[in-house]
Write a protein that binds this ligand. Structure first.
Ligand SMILES: Cc1cc2nc3c(=O)[nH]c(=O)nc-3n(C[C@H](O)[C@H](O)[C@H](O)COP(=O)(O)OP(=O)(O)OC[C@H]3O[C@@H](n4cnc5c(N)ncnc54)[C@H](O)[C@@H]3O)c2cc1C
Length: 319
């Protein structure tokens, strides 16, 4: 039998490929990046790993909690905080308590790489998924596959699928962009105990995280996310948003020093603006979809669960 080909090495695709491997299914995981992780992304700047995509993750599902418990025991994941500051129109208000936010000392990407241990993985920028009209055989860039999983934002998956593949009609979801400003200083000059802040009513920023606090090494690095409006204005020139983001960030936290380095990362497909009711899709045509849009709470945990459940459904279907 041809292998199952999973395209997309973010946490949903890796979770799916892992469930398939554990179910004894021959699987190939393809991702176009040099490293796995997708939106759980890390960039090394000035010797520090910096989380440039997802800021943290939360845990509510028992199955995910078991995986996270193992990461914690092995020092890969750490409980960061359950409380963030809140700024309304530049004024610091009451901190907001919520569920425990988890982070990773080496950056969130290493959790995805850990899940991928033992899964046959290749770097490949996939161009097309096709279906032979006579035999019904699926192929990924010409490579035959028993089942094809696309584990990525809906618009990216839609682009790859031949219009004759009926599952394609399930992919209706839109995504919103954002920009992440990463900035590092000689030393910390913002207030003690700062972990992160929700920013309301600002034209440039929605969120700031202390990257050294979340990873636990105290690096003087902040990561701030842009409003959707600012991101939309600067999709073609993300660095053009840097002055406004940096000014908003330093004003907010009362930082007077210039950063020693700063850069902006663009996320074209940061968050789904609409989500699917089901946890995944597995069509009679042998095409499956998973990812964060397959949950009403499109987050890291949901993406893991979506991929895991799809992998288990394929194992069951193959008997
Ligand atoms: C700035 C930002 C902040 C966020 N903050 C949080 C947060 O605080 N908490 C939280 O829980 N979630 C957060 N998220 C969301 C979280 O990152 C995602 O829900 C989760 O990582 C989605 O995983 P995924 O596997 O569904 O998709 P992705 O991580 O997007 O994985 C898709 C993969 O498909 C690959 N791919 C795409 N096209 C192709 C192709 N043609 N060929 C080969 N490979 C391809 C990509 O390289 C990528 O690796 C944030 C996201 C962003 C961008």
């Amino acid at each position: 039998m041809d292998p199952v080909i999973v395209v997309g090495g973010g946490i949903s695709g890796v979770a799916c490929a892992r469930a398939l491997t554990e179910g004894g299914v021959d699987v190939r995981l393809l991702d176009r990046g040099r490293r796995l992780g997708g939106r759980m992304a890390v960039r090394t700047v000035d010797g520090h790993p910096v989380d440039t995509g997802a800021s943290y993750f939360t845990v509510s599902d028992d199955r995910f909690a078991a995986v996270v418990g193992e990461w914690k025991a092995r020092g890969l994941a750490r409980e960061w905080t359950d409380t963030f500051e809140v700024y309304d129109d530049g004024e610091r208000g009451e901190p907001k308590e919520g569920s425990m936010r988890w982070a990773s000392p080496r950056g969130l990407r290493c959790l995805v790489e850990d899940l991928a241990e033992g899964v046959p993985t290749e770097q490949s920028d996939v161009q097309a998924v096709t279906r032979d009209e006579h035999t019904g055989t699926l192929a990924v860039d010409g490579r035959p596959a028993d089942t094809v999983v696309l584990a990525m934002p809906d618009p990216q998956a839609h682009r790859l699928l031949d219009p004759s593949i009926t599952s394609r009609s399930q992919l209706s979801g839109e995504y919103a962009p954002t920009l992440a400003l990463l900035a590092g200083w000689e030393r910390r000059s913002w207030h003690e105990g700062f972990d992160g802040a929700f920013v309301n009513g600002d034209a440039s920023l929605t969120w700031v995280a202390d990257d050294g606090a979340r990873r636990g090494d105290g690096a003087p690095v902040l990561v701030a996310h842009a409003t959707e409006e600012l991101a939309q204005q600067h999709l073609a020139d993300p660095e053009g948003a840097e002055p406004a983001m940096l000014e908003a960030l330093t004003d907010l936290l009362g930082i007077r020093d210039r950063p020693t380095w700063s850069r902006v990362q663009r996320w074209l497909f940061a968050h789904p603006t609409e989500t699917h009711e089901d946890a995944f899709h597995l069509g009679d045509d042998g095409v499956g979809f998973c990812g964060d849009s397959w949950s009403e709470k499109p987050r890291v945990e949901a993406a893991w669960l979506s991929g895991t459940l799809l992998g288990q459904a394929i194992v069951e279907r193959r008997g």
